[in-house]
Unconditional design. Sequence first.
Length: 109
Amino acid sequence: MKLQTVVIGVAAIAGVMAFSNPSKERYIDYATDQFAEMGKSSLCSDSNLPSLAQQSCKFMVSQGRRVIKPYIDGSTKQQNFILFSIYETEMPNRKLSTIAAFGNFYMFR
């Protein structure tokens, strides 16, 4: 009886994982947001910049999402394992890997 319960539990978890495995389109939206936030924090947070320049910088990075999104789409490979996916995005100076499971993304830098 315990084995049957364990098998049913594992099957239920696998079903939830398969159903909630995020699509590549969702990953691209996620990665675009993440890269834009990284750009805002690394480029626009210089304490030597006046606050108006910092705000302008953040606005420009936000507007650049339209440029970032097609780049991410073209440089990302998905390995779909049904229960979860691994996304690898090739950047000019490094490769970023992300695991997608249970409807969430876990980026490794």
